[in-house]
Ligand binder design. Structure first.
Ligand code: FAD
Length: 363
């Protein structure tokens, strides 16, 4: 159950090849039609199934890479077990093109799911969403594949970009999206999940859940979530933060993060959403009014640093899945221990001593 493909293949086509064999490459990105396998590995892409299957590096078994000195490392092994020395493939995962040019990758696949249950529900706030997540996951950790949170502001921007009747059904609440999938065809899969949902409803943590009855309804639920990004684009200048904290600190992240930012940027409107189950939220900000566009842009750097201070205090990461690139280089240098930066510099110097690969990125 492995797949080896060239780096220029799109994720979508790689997933189609796996599906044709009854298998799944469980890396789900909104950009799968354009994202190439080389980019997926080089960014260690995450997506909406990280909760169950991990980031791209978790599926990675081997790589072929052209090194800075022109040699080709043929490490395209498809072995579930390979403890022969350092795990070199993992060094290239998330390296953002700074250590070598990936030309092919081998992945561990999983069986295609036979049953999927997708639920959208209202929820009072991030605290209630988290309680529902914990309750539901405690009985279904092996099958829960996604747990997404959408603040009501995020739902609004999504629905104004592309009308979605589900937004109205949430009636001005925050929203949560849960998905479960199983490779088994057991008849009680959905009933067991629905029972757990009823308990979460009784506790008051979920409101008016909608269970997708078919693939079209499932896609409509996901569309509400996936349209938040483009929707925020319509709402003026966007200050984007892709941060993670331990799941237990999510409520603090949202409460303290919003408070700290609004103190220095009262014209900012929080648009919070993301991967609840991974402790990874987009704590984004749009202008409260059109006239605030420029002022928000002017304080962008302060907002990003202020939020990163809160994230650091909670033991989190200022870059959960979007990487470092050029814009966050200074943050990496300032916010990670010197010993960590030293190790990264040594790895970079060993693999690319002349600094010819993606200069000016990451370090
Ligand atoms: C709508 C949308 C949704 C997205 N959703 C997610 C998400 O949920 N989670 C997530 O993690 N990301 C997401 N992304 C970001 C992005 O799609 C992914 O990170 C993707 O994997 C990048 O692939 P790409 O081929 O476009 O790479 P590019 O953008 O072309 O490159 C990204 C980086 O990888 C390097 N690189 C590219 N190819 C190679 C190679 N062959 N060898 C070495 N380095 C290489 C580049 O130098 C660059 O530094 C999303 C993007 C969009 C537009």
């Amino acid at each position: 159950m492995t797949l080896a493909v060239e780096a220029g293949m799109t994720l979508q086509v790689a997933r189609q090849h796996a599906a044709a064999a009854g298998l799944s490459l469980p890396i789900l990105l909104g950009s799968e039609a354009s994202a190439q396998i080389g980019g997926v590995v080089a960014t260690n892409a995450g997506g909406s199934n990280v909760l169950r299957f991990g980031m791209a590096r978790s599926r990675l078994l081997g790589l072929e890479v052209v090194l800075a000195d022109g040699r080709i490392w043929k490490g395209l092994r498809s072995l579930a077990k390979d403890n022969a020395g350092y795990s070199l493939s993992q060094i290239f995962a998330g390296s953002e093109g700074t250590l070598g040019v990936i030309t092919a990758a081998a992945f561990q696949l999983t069986p295609l799911p036979r049953q999927t249950v997708t639920v959208l529900a209202g929820t009072q706030d991030i605290g209630a969403a988290l309680r529902a997540f914990r309750r539901l996951r405690s009985g279904s950790a092996e099958t829960m594949v996604a747990a997404e949170y959408m603040s009501r502001a995020a739902i609004k921007v999504s629905s104004s970009h592309r009308f979605n009747p589900l937004a109205a059904a949430l009636s001005e609440q925050d929203g949560v999206l849960f998905e479960w999938a199983t490779t088994s065809d057991t008849a009680d899969f959905e009933p067991v999940i629905l029972e757990a949902l009823v308990v979460a409803l009784d506790q008051g943590d979920l409101i008016d859940p909608i269970v997708a009855k078919n693939e079209a309804e499932r896609l409509a639920i996901w569309s509400l979530r996936d349209t938040i990004g483009p929707g925020q684009g319509d709402a003026g200048y966007s200050v984007k933060n892709d941060v993670s904290v331990p799941v237990s600190q999510l409520v603090e992240l949202v409460e303290r993060g919003k408070k700290a930012v609004l103190e220095i940027a009262p014209m900012a409107r929080p648009i919070v959403y993301g991967h609840l189950g991974d402790g990874n939220l987009h704590v984004n900000f749009s202008p409260a009014a059109k006239a605030d566009n420029l002022r928000l842009q002017e304080v962008e750097a302060d907002i990003v640093e202020t939020l990163a201070d809160v994230v650091d205090a909670l033991g989190g990461s200022f870059s959960a899945e979007h990487g470092i690139g050029q814009s966050k280089r200074h943050m990496l240098a300032q916010r990670r221990p010197g010993v960590e930066i030293d190790m990264m510099r040594h790895i970079k110097a060993a693999l690319d001593p002349a600094g010819i690969l993606n200069p000016g990125k990451v370090l």
